[in-house]
Design a protein around this ligand. Sequence first.
Ligand SMILES: [Zn+2]
Length: 185
Amino acid sequence: MTAQHPVALWSEDLLGVEGRVLAVVRAPAPVLSAPSADVDPTAAEVVQLAADLVETMRVSPGCVGLAAPQVGVAGRVFCVDVSAHPKVRTHHGTFVLCNAEIVSATRNEKAREGCMSVPDLTGDVRRASRLVVRGLLPGTGEEVEVTTDAFEARALQHEIDHCAGRLFLDRVAGADAVHARSTYL
Ligand SMILES: [Zn+2]
């Protein structure tokens, strides 16, 4: 059975692991364009990776999510935290999911997206604005479902794409949907 609980999915205190800030890989690094492998969410190195992703996200201004391939690790792990973003309606705070899959995705919406691995560009990407995602928590390996919408739904799809070797640039409608970033977040 899948747990359907509100997500307080990440706590360094609970896991007793201190995150380290890792260097973020930029396109066209091969690790960003190859599908990553499933991970064992209970493995010590995966728990450490989860903590490292969260720490790296936290020290990066404007960063609302980071996937393992972006720090050079080809494993299906990512963190998300959209809580500080002004566009947010629904959010679940900071959380990490392993081996995440989309359960349902509806109501497509187009919006501008950026990525730390593609620092000079943004793009208009169509994504579901109602989303249910299933994944495993690092540490316990517990299976959880996250039901969300709008900006958090977009962030989740962006990170799940990273784990499948896809960048937002692979999703834009065409060259005129790609824009030079005029300011750095
Ligand atoms: Zn990204």
